[in-house]
Design a protein around this ligand. Structure first.
Ligand SMILES: Cc1ncc(COP(=O)(O)O)c(C=O)c1O
Length: 451
């Protein structure tokens, strides 16, 4: 049961804050009008508008954990561009590496030495021995499915309810019996035919599906991060690994978000043993890059199935893209891994994450709310329940979109860019303890308004 919000009061607050917000961004509004003449919805990527229930602000520049819009408003970024910019804006080491590479050539469609270094660094921290690169986590997941299907000769993919694995047809589906159906418009009606969705933390439901013997792979986030935060029950990952091995299915661990929550991702923290580890978002560097790690066995299969293009007698595996693994992206990500995404850096983020969660818990207690702060490395947020949810159905009942949207605008008016509705705030590599305290103070001021 949710805490009984005074909806009328919330709506009044929302109107007041929306008005103030739009009054602060005249230049953005003007640009938005102009943009509508050349881009649908006036944004270069529609999601940029769909994410928030207010006009878009046009970004001007960023510095460490703060960015400035074209009207000169400054925001402390607690969403970190949905974890694609956890290293902050304009980190000198990343900036230098990208600038150097841009000057030498951003893109060759040839391997650059940095790809070896990045693979070695990823191997050392995750244990996955072989690596391939894409531009996004969506691209990595799509290729992971193809490798799993090729390696097993099976078609079915099992996913967990509450998943988000990217923007391609087969993962944009919702449960419909043993199959799935499209969850958005424009995808193939058949896209969910070979997909089964089971509840997270439910090893029995998973076992029942795997027993059928037709599952190529199970794809799982180590913890669900796109329906607020849902942590795995003790023993759940063990069961997942044992069951997939027992029934001849591969295990794909999607660390697009969780790679940002611990050094080597949760694969290292939880001691997971995926067959394929996927990730992306430039690991937080701000430079686009996706990647997937393969076991030696799968690397061999991938190598032996090389697509030799026109003229070849047999088709190879469908992977790759012209700008995948670009020299520019690899140079930026290498610098990020070497200089920012270090073990010490992650430990610091986790300490800031505890400070954030402690502050949120204090604010919740001060307002006598039956809520609880979430905790996973730098990531926090709130469960609007006294106990944390265990699956997507429980998580959905703890997310109040109206409340979150109002909070977002309230916080933006006070210089804090809060998370998107399905995420929580996260402490990143560029945040300072003062930044975290600022977030908590504004969060607490918001609770003053609604309680
Ligand atoms: C767990 C997970 N996998 C994959 C993706 C897709 O990432 P991208 O949009 O960079 O392709 C996301 C994006 O939020 C994600 O959260």
């Amino acid at each position: 049961m949710l805490f009984e919000l005074d909806r009328a009061r919330l709506a009044r607050l929302r109107r007041r804050e929306d008005k103030a917000f739009h009054a602060r961004i005249p230049k953005s509004l003007k640009l938005w009008q102009k943009a509508k003449g050349v881009m649908p919805n006036g944004v270069p990527m529609s999601w940029m508008l769909g994410l928030h229930r207010h006009a878009p602000v046009f970004a001007s520049k960023g510095d460490k954990a703060w960015f400035t819009d074209v009207d000169g408003n400054r925001y402390l970024d607690m969403n970190l561009s949905d974890l694609s910019a956890t290293t902050g804006f304009g980190h000198p080491a990343i900036t230098r590496a990208v600038a150097r590479q841009a000057a030498r050539g951003a893109q060759f469609l040839l391997p650059a030495e940095d790809s070896i270094v990045v693979s070695e660094l990823l191997r050392a921290r995750t244990g996955m021995p072989y690596w391939q690169f894409t531009l996004s986590a969506s691209g990595a997941n799509m290729e992971a499915f193809r490798i799993a299907r090729l390696a097993t000769g099976r078609r079915r993919i099992v996913m967990f309810d509450g998943k988000y694995h990217g923007h391609f047809d087969e993962v944009l589906v919702k449960r419909s019996g043993r199959s799935a159906r499209p969850s958005l418009l424009g995808t193939s009606p058949a896209s969910g035919r070979d997909v089964t969705i089971v509840p997270f933390n439910d090893a029995d439901a998973l076992a029942a599906e795997l027993k059928r013997g037709d599952v190529a792979c199970v794809i799982a986030e180590p913890a669900l991060t796109n329906v607020n935060l849902v942590l795995p029950d003790p023993g759940f990952h063990d069961a997942l690994r044992k069951l997939t091995r027992k029934h001849g299915s591969l295990l794909v661990i999607d660390e697009a978000h969780t790679m940002q929550m611990a050094y080597g991702g949760l694969t290292r923290l939880y001691g997971l043993e995926p067959d394929i580890l996927t990730t992306g978002k430039g690991f937080g560097s701000g430079v686009p890059l996706g990647a997937y790690g393969l076991t030696a066995k799968l690397a061999r299969i991938a190598a032996d199935s090389l697509d030799l293009g026109p003229g070849s007698t047999a088709p190879g595996i469908a992977t790759g893209g012209t700008t995948y693994a670009s020299a520019l992206s690899l140079a930026g990500v290498r610098a990020a891994l070497e200089k920012v995404l270090t073990e010490t850096g992650y430990l610091r983020c986790a300490r800031l994450g505890s400070r954030l969660a402690d502050g949120i818990d204090r604010a919740i207690a001060a307002h006598d709310l039956p809520w609880k702060a979430q905790r996973l490395g730098g990531r926090s947020g709130i469960s609007m329940t006294p106990v944390h949810p265990r699956n997507a159905a429980e998580a959905a009942s703890t997310i109040d979109v109206e409340l979150i949207d109002t909070r977002r605008v309230f916080m933006a008016n006070r210089g804090v860019w809060d998370a998107i509705a399905t995420a929580g705030p996260q402490a990143g590599f560029a945040h300072t303890p003062g930044d975290i305290d600022h977030y908590v103070a504004v969060f607490s001021a918001f609770l003053d308004e609604i309680v």
